[in-house]
Write a new protein. Structure first.
Length: 213
DNA sequence: ATCCCGAGGG
DNA sequence: CCCTCTGGAT
């Protein structure tokens, strides 16, 4: 085991103590709802997404309903989430592809998920990990920022970051670890002003060790 | 001003 | 690699 792998395992254990519940903060009851909610969460807070999805999912309960939806109707419902034109187009196109190519069911593998319009690796990994229980690495803005600061990954490219983390994280730990980087990124290691003083992994973090504040 | 659990296109 | 899409929160 390399020193870096050892340090990673220590960080994992600290995060488990600090954040016992490695849960997704989006509200959903099935694979389609998590897929849609995660797409809506781009450049938008989860709380804002959770405000619009009850209305959205009542009107569009399944893939067929999204496939038949009018763009203007979907735009109206999701507008407050931002990027609403592309998101509305993506949701309807995804509904259509799910119906036409996947029997109306959300696929349980990366290759097929990435075929869906507007679904990238971040969203695909989240669905694979949280709904299908697969060893996902959800490499979002928090995950990249925190693992860069800690010294576990190098560079901002999401795909490269994901691959570096796949080498570092035990597969059975990776999904929960990514959830916890999000929780820690929101509460402590914020994008603007990282709160190293109250950070539970400061002594294991490259940035935390250098930061004197 | 700057950020929010991105994705697609150039 | 870069840019764009976009409203809301701070």
């Amino acid at each position: 085991m390399t020193p870096l792998q050892n340090r990673t395992l220590q960080i994992i254990e600290r995060f488990k103590q600090e954040y016992p519940d490695a849960v997704c903060s989006l509200d959903y009851v099935d694979a389609l709802q998590l897929l849609i909610s995660t797409r809506l969460a781009a450049q938008c807070t989860d709380a804002r997404v959770n405000l619009v999805t009850p209305t959205l999912f009542e009107k569009y309960p399944d893939a067929q309903a999204f496939a038949n939806a009018e763009v203007a109707d979907v735009e109206e419902i999701i507008k407050s989430c931002g990027l609403y034109k592309t998101k509305a187009r993506d949701l309807i196109a995804t509904g259509k592809m799910l119906v036409e190519d996947f029997g109306g069911v959300v696929p349980d593998n990366m290759e097929d998920l990435l075929k869906l319009p507007g679904i990238g690796r971040k969203t695909a990994n989240l669905v694979l990990g949280d709904v299908f229980g697969k060893p996902a690495v959800v490499c979002d803005t928090h995950c990249i920022r925190l693992t860069n600061l800690m010294g576990l990954t190098v560079g901002k490219d999401p795909y490269k970051c994901e691959m570096q983390l796949r080498e570092l994280l035990p597969p059975e730990e990776s999904n929960d670890f990514c959830h916890r980087t999000v929780l820690h990124g929101r509460a402590v290691c914020k994008a603007r002003n990282p709160q190293c003083k109250i950070c539970c992994v400061r002594d294991l973090c490259d940035y935390g060790c250098q930061n004197n504040a």
